[in-house]
Design a protein around this ligand. Structure first.
Ligand code: FAD
Length: 381
């Protein structure tokens, strides 16, 4: 990234530089250990909060950094560039905080956002269930009103930050008869909450330091005041309004990742000698990397254009869907080509390209699978 990127102002260049240094000093050195233990250390959240890495785009009156989505974008891209996938800031700052900012009451915002900004509360969003991922209208988790409380029953799976989560944005059915109009989002504070249980940390093929878990709700009682939005039945609309931002976050991460893969591979093939010459001097290598660089440059141009639109609140849902599916698809394609150029070393986990290969694959699946993205685009034909 450079200062010539249309959405990166001089102030953002300074922010980017400080985030890069923080990641190098406080996150990257622990990544290997976090992969083994399957979650980050709890104090990593506190350190990130203290540094100002959490909730950068939330207004200062709620404890945030007072910036814009560009700040979230920079954190996402810097984490991708540094190959650090464990600290789930995208979900915490880029997604849950914005649900609260947009739909939360003043009481809810003041109660949760400052603690999230300090890293004292870790947030997750729980949409997916064992029986419903793409087909969110079909979720079974039920919230039944009982006096001034909701009683929640159900289970969620694949929940990012699940192990550390103190605050979960839970997508429930408050009225199963009404389909999408019966979906509501309820904020659940999990600490010492009877009936709430976090299941095992799921063993993934990549992003292993990221605590992805199942969550169980067995007659969990929360105050009705924890409903997000003024009334029940707004959950599906809230999801549809917020998902484009989530999709841009995934596209931005994929873009930074493809650029990094090309950079790493160009360095590798320059040094690697085969048949008496540098691997980079062979035309096949040069053409492959030229193709990769062309795709990454096209991706950067498209994503920059999307970012300019996001910052003006003009990005359409279908354009966000295009950015998400195409950038994640191209990221996987480029990393596969780059891994091939590493030969056997590319298959060894000590080489960053091998990590990138397993880390990138999920981009085509989560945040709405790429098939669902194409459905969204196709509906506008
Ligand atoms: C590492 C990881 C982290 C995640 N984090 C979270 C999280 O924090 N919170 C959360 O709620 N969820 C999370 N998810 C879940 C993720 O969003 C879902 O896995 C995803 O939406 C797909 O749902 P599914 O797994 O149930 O697949 P399914 O919906 O069963 O889909 C299976 C296949 O069918 C295809 N398919 C489905 N419907 C259609 C259709 N209409 N047309 C064509 N093809 C279709 C899909 O594209 C896919 O290829 C995470 C997943 C992973 C792997």
């Amino acid at each position: 990234m450079s200062a010539t990127t249309p959405w990166i102002t001089d102030d953002l260049v300074i922010f980017q530089d400080s985030i890069r240094r923080f990641i190098a000093a406080e996150i990257a050195p622990h990544e290997e250990r976090w992969w083994k233990q399957q979650h980050v250390d709890r104090d990593a959240w506190l350190k990130a909060g203290e540094f100002g890495m959490l909730l950068p785009s939330i207004p200062e009156e709620y404890g945030g950094g007072g910036g814009t989505f560009a700040h979230d974008a920079i954190i996402t891209m810097e984490q991708a560039r540094a190959l650090t996938t464990s600290l789930g800031t995208n979900v915490h700052s880029g997604i849950v905080a914005h649900y609260l900012l947009r739909y939360g009451s003043e009481e809810q915002k003041h109660r949760w956002l400052p603690k999230m900004a300090r890293g004292e509360l870790v947030a997750a969003i729980a949409m997916s269930e064992p029986g419903a991922g793409s087909d969110l209208k079909n979720i079974k988790t039920r919230a039944v009103r009982d006096g001034d409380e909701y009683v929640i029953n159900g289970s969620k799976t694949f929940i990012t930050n699940g192990y550390h989560a103190d605050l979960v944005c839970v997508v429930t059915k408050t009225d199963p008869e009404k389909g999408a109009k019966g979906v509501s989002i309820i904020m659940v504070e999990t600490r010492d909450l009877p009936g709430y249980r976090c299941g095992r940390i799921l063993e993934k093929m990549g992003q292993k330091g990221q605590d992805t878990t199942e969550l169980f709700f067995d007659n969990v009682r929360v105050p009705c005041a924890n409903l997000l939005g003024p009334e029940e039945g707004k959950g599906f609309i809230q999801l549809m309004q917020q998902l484009p931002q989530e999709r841009m976050i995934i596209a931005l991460g994929a873009l930074a990742s493809m650029e990094k893969a090309i950079e790493l591979t160009a360095d590798y093939v320059r040094d690697r000698k085969v048949f008496g010459q540098s691997l980079l001097d062979m035309q096949h290598t040069r053409f492959k990397l030229a193709e990769c660089k062309t795709i990454a440059t096209v991706a950067r141009s498209f994503v920059d254009d999307c970012m300019v639109k996001v910052l003006k609140d003009e990005l359409s849902a279908e354009t966000a869907a295009m950015a998400k599916w195409w950038c994640t698809q191209m990221n996987c394609q480029i990393i596969d080509e780059c891994l091939q150029l590493h030969g056997g070393y590319g298959y060894m986990m000590e080489y960053p390209i091998a990590r990138m290969y397993v880390n990138s694959r999920v981009g085509k699946i989560y945040g709405g699978s790429n098939e669902i993205m194409k459905e969204l685009v196709a509906r506008t034909l």
